[in-house]
Structures are given as structure tokens and as C-alpha cells.
Design a protein around this ligand. Structure first.
Ligand code: NAD
Length: 501
């Protein structure tokens, strides 16, 4: 449809024709309700464009398309090696459009262009290729039983998978979800976050060059309408979600209607422990990466730095210097920018409200704590990277996920207290331990209640290694071989070799 695209000129001068429709059955279509989402540039608060937003009826159409594709021999019976080849082809196509995709990601989300181009697009392409390689290596087992029985298992796809993703890594989160689902032979309805609807539409426009109609459907829409309709749909077999713990719990409840298979990756308040035998310069640099990257909008952000008493003051001094010297806030299209704007006004205001909370609860503000107004004409959702020290365990800023360039620094006496403080949270996603004592490093790693522990690093994620949380940080694993378990099911086949009744 001619009117379902828009010609754009990005802030870096790149000209892009962007489809704006709902991507269903390899076509862009209008929303049946006429509902739209307006995408805002967080750097200057200008409007980028409006895109179609799905109604429950549109979600039903997308699910029907995915079901038809799942049952179609062109997908169902495609040899797994050929399925992998399609995934490689798609990854190559994304590589060819890397600049455009990274441009849209930066424009819509606010992350620095160098990060979008190198890190996020590297993750997208790497993850898809990694899972392309798995496609023909997913197989069952033969199981010894009795002389009269032959038993084996089949690994089969789950069916129609709904995937609901957040705004902090729009393209990378899509790749984390699409990769294992496609490798296992499922079909997909993916709903991006309403805050970042743009880059994924460009990705969708490349799908018809590779995949049969209905295999991947991408429907922008609001959480409470389109997201809810996916969770509630009786013909969706699986739901995978990344976002807030609050929404994860709602989805769990809604998805129980037909007992959907479920994977959740939700919030965190991840600890980073610094023992007095650690390399303090390295600990400070990794602590900076662990919380200030991606504008602090990382589910595994090591947002609670907990330092042994004897080195507390020295660590704070080094850490403050690293943050102030490295976290250059600015226009995300400038080469020297480390930190762009928060994704939306709501997130910006949320971070500022936690700054007020930290001050009123009596923590000590040692850096930042104010909006950053030196970009362009002073508009945009920029916050100075913020450090609070002398933080107590009952303070809101110590306990709640903030999702911004905001870190608290607390202290511990000994190893037992460090472990207690690390685990004193409802979350259990990431964690980090800095020590030069190899025995302590592994002892503490085993005791921390978290899905991931980094020893002497932080947020060093890797698509070959399982990712996910415990406690209220999620259910199931993404990435690595473990990520395949979320998208396949095991069928046991019993063969009678002569048992007569
Ligand atoms: N773990 C993460 O990676 C992650 C990512 C984004 C946000 N968050 C946390 O969540 C907070 C709020 O952010 P948010 O409001 O964008 O997150 P959210 O959980 O509301 O949104 C994430 C996704 O869920 C969808 N959604 C929302 N309500 C839904 C519902 N009832 N049913 C189905 N889908 C629904 C949204 O449309 C979006 O695609 C952040 O400040 C941060 O603390 C965490």
C-alpha cells in the first residue's frame, strides 16, 4: 500500500524509506482500528513518524498467518540445514543494511550510533548466525530400555510463538528471540515496544527476501492492547517476554488461559561486589561499564556496587573519576558520545524522581543528580550520570530497579555480609565479583542468587552463553544451547519390538 511508508532524513543525513504498517504474512497492512504510535526522537523531542498500532483483531490475523505458515510444508518439512541457510542469508542481508538499521536505532532509542552500529548490530548478526548453525544440530536421543523396546525422542518446535520485547535493545532483543525460535522451526508473532517501533519495521521489510509468508510477523502495538491480545490468544503456543517484572507477572496470569509455554526475562537490581584484594582501577572501570552503558537501561545493570569497608573511600574516589571522565553525555550521533538521552520523557522523569528520593532519604550525592542541558537547544531527555554513596539497605534507591545512569554504592564488612547483601533482593539476574583470590571468587559465585555471575568483569554478555534470571528476574534461559530448550519440546516414541500380550 502506497501510503504505508514514509520518506525520512535521519539526523546523520541518511535518507531512509520506512514502511509503517503491521507486517503480517509478508505484507505491510493497516491497523483495523486506525490506532497509531508516534515515535519521538529523545535527543530533541521531535516527531520521527507515526506507525500503525495493532488491535486485537490484527493480532488474531497475525496469529492465523503464523499458524498457516507453521502447518505449511514449505516451512514444516524444510530440511533443517536449509532452514539454517535461510537464517544465514537473513543475517547477511542485515549486515548489508547495517548502517540504516543502526541509524534508525540511534534516532529512535537515543543510544550512541557507534554502539548501535558495532555492539547492537554485531549482536544481532552474531546471534542469528550462531542459531543458524544450530538449526541442523537439534536432535533427540535413543534410550536403552528392554530387549523388546526401542525408544527414541524427537525434538520438535513448539508452534506459534509470541515474542514481546522491550525498548532498550530493540533490534538485539528481536534477534535473541527470533534466532532460537527459527532454528527450532517455529513461527513467530513479534511485538516490539511502543517506545521504539521504527528500526524493527525496516528489519521486517527485509524478511520477504528470505522467509515464506507468515513465518515471521511483526506487529507494533500498545502493551495493554496488542501485548495482552497475544498473551490471551488461544492459538498461541508459547510466549516469550522481556521487560518489567510487573508486566511479566501480568503476562503469566493472562497466558495461563491455555497454559502457554512461557519464558520471562524481567527486572534486576544486580550487585557488584568489590573485595579489598581487587584491582581497584579495573573494578571501577567495569563498574562504570556495568551501570552506565546504554544510558543505564540494561536489565542486568550492576546498579548496586557494594564495596569492602577498608577500601570504600578509595574506590569511590577512583570510580567517581572514571564516571566523570568517561561518561561523556551528548548527541548520540557524535563520535565521542558515551551516553545519549533516556529513551522517553517517562523514563527521564522516572530517573529524576529517584534522584529526589535518594536526596530525601539521606544518601550522599557525589556526582550528577541533575538533567544534562548542554545538547542542542537544551531539549531532550538527558541526565548526568549519577552516583549516590552512604546508601542504606532500606532506601528505595538501593532496592528498586531504576533503569537509568544511576548507581548506589554501599559497603560490607566481610565475605558473609557481602553474600547476604548481594542476595537481599527480590531479583536475581546479573551479579559481579571483584577479587584477586581465586578461591573466594568461585565460592562467592556459587553462593550468589543470580542467573549470571561475572568474575572480574560486568555485563560482558555473550550470545554463546546462557542468559536469564532466578527469583523475580525471570523464568527460563535465552542464548547459548540453553536457549534452544525454550523453543523446542521433547516427544518420546516407544516402539514395540515383539512384546506380545
Ligand atoms: N528487563 C528488561 O530488559 C527491561 C526492559 C525494559 C524495561 N524494563 C523495566 O520496566 C520498566 C518500565 O518499562 P516499560 O513500561 O517499557 O516495560 P514493560 O514491561 O511495560 O514493557 C515491555 C513490553 O511489554 C509490553 N507490555 C506492556 N504491558 C503489557 C501487557 N499487559 N501484556 C502484554 N504485553 C505488555 C510492552 O508493550 C513492551 O513491548 C523500566 O523502567 C525498567 O525498570 C526492563
Amino acid at each position: 500500500m502506497a501510503d504505508l511508508k514514509v520518506d525520512l532524513t535521519a539526523p546523520n543525513g541518511k535518507k531512509i524509506t520506512l514502511p509503517t504498517g503491521l507486517f503480517i504474512n509478508n505484507e505491510f497492512v493497516k491497523s483495523s482500528s486506525g490506532d497509531k504510535i508516534t515515535s519521538i526522537n529523545p535527543t530533541d523531542e521531535s516527531e520521527i513518524c507515526s506507525v500503525e498500532a495493532a488491535s486485537a483483531d490484527d493480532i488474531d490475523k497475525a496469529v492465523k498467518a503464523a499458524r498457516a505458515a507453521f502447518n505449511d510444508p514449505s516451512w514444516r518439512d524444510l530440511p533443517a540445514t536449509d532452514r539454517g541457510a535461510l537464517m544465514y542469508k537473513f543475517a547477511d542481508l542485515l549486515e548489508a543494511h547495517r548502517e540504516t538499521l543502526a541509524t534508525l536505532e540511534t534516532w529512535d532509542n537515543g543510544k550512541p550510533y557507534s554502539v548501535a552500529f558495532n555492539d547492537d548490530m554485531g549482536e544481532v548478526i552474531g546471534t542469528l548466525k550462531y542459531y543458524a548453525g544450530w538449526a541442523d544440530k537439534i536432535h533427540g536421543e535413543t534410550i536403552p530400555s528392554t530387549a523388546q523396546k526401542f525408544a527414541y525422542t524427537l525434538k520438535q518446535p513448539i508452534g506459534v510463538c509470541a515474542q514481546i520485547i522491550p525498548w532498550n535493545y530493540p533490534l538485539a532483543m528481536a534477534a535473541w528471540k527470533l534466532g532460537p525460535a527459527l532454528a527450532c522451526g517455529n513461527t513467530i508473532v513479534l511485538k516490539p515496544a511502543e517506545q521504539t517501533p521504527v528500526s524493527i519495521l525496516y528489519l521486517a521489510s527485509l524478511i520477504p527476501e528470505v522467509f515464506p509468508p507468515g513465518v515471521i510477523n511483526i506487529v507494533n502495538g500498545h502493551g495493554r492492547v496488542a501485548g495482552h491480545a497475544l498473551a490471551a490468544h488461544m492459538d498461541v503456543d508459547k510466549i516469550a517476554f522481556t521487560g518489567s517484572t510487573f508486566t511479566g507477572k501480568q503476562i503469566m496470569k493472562t497466558a495461563s488461559i491455555n497454559m502457554k509455554n512461557i519464558t520471562l526475562e524481567t527486572g534486576g537490581k544486580s550487585p557488584l561486589l568489590v573485595f579489598d584484594d581487587a584491582d581497584l582501577e579495573q573494578a571501577a572501570k567495569w563498574a562504570h561499564i556495568g551501570i552506565m552503558s546504554n544510558q543505564g537501561q540494561i536489565c542486568t545493570a550492576t546498579s548496586r556496587v557494594i564495596v569492602q569497608e577498608g577500601i570504600y573511600d578509595k574506590f569511590v574516589e577512583i570510580f567517581k573519576k572514571v564516571v566523570q571522565e568517561t561518561s561523556k553525555v551528548g548527541d548520540p550521533f557524535h563520535d565521542d558520545t558515551f551516553q545519549g538521552p533516556q529513551v522517553t520523557k517517562a523514563q527521564y522523569e522516572r530517573v529524576l524522581s529517584y534522584i529526589e528520593s535518594g536526596k530525601s532519604e539521606g544518601a550522599t550525592l557525589v556526582s550528577g543528580g541533575v538533567p544534562h542541558k548542554n545538547v542542542g537547544d537544551g531539549k531532550g531527555f538527558f541526565v548526568e550520570p549519577t552516583i549516590f554513596t552512604q546508601v542504606k539497605e532500606d532506601m528505595k534507591i538501593y532496592r528498586e530497579e531504576i533503569f537509568g545512569p544511576f548507581v548506589v554504592v554501599a559497603s560490607f564488612k566481610d565475605e558473609a555480609e557481602a553474600i547476604h547483601m548481594a542476595n537481599d533482593t527480590t531479583y536475581g539476574l546479573g551479579s559481579a565479583v571483584f577479587t584477586s583470590n581465586i578461591e573466594r571468587a568461585h565460592r562467592v559465585a556459587a553462593r550468589i542468587e543470580a542467573g549470571m555471575v561475572w568474575i572480574n568483569s560486568s555485563n560482558d554478555s555473550d550470545f554463546r552463553i546462557p542468559f536469564g534470571g532466578v527469583k523475580q528476574s525471570g523464568i527460563g534461559r535465552e542464548l547459548g544451547e540453553a536457549g534452544l530448550a525454550a523453543y523446542s519440546q521433547t516427544k518420546a516414541v516407544h516402539v514395540n519390538l515383539g512384546l506380545r500380550l
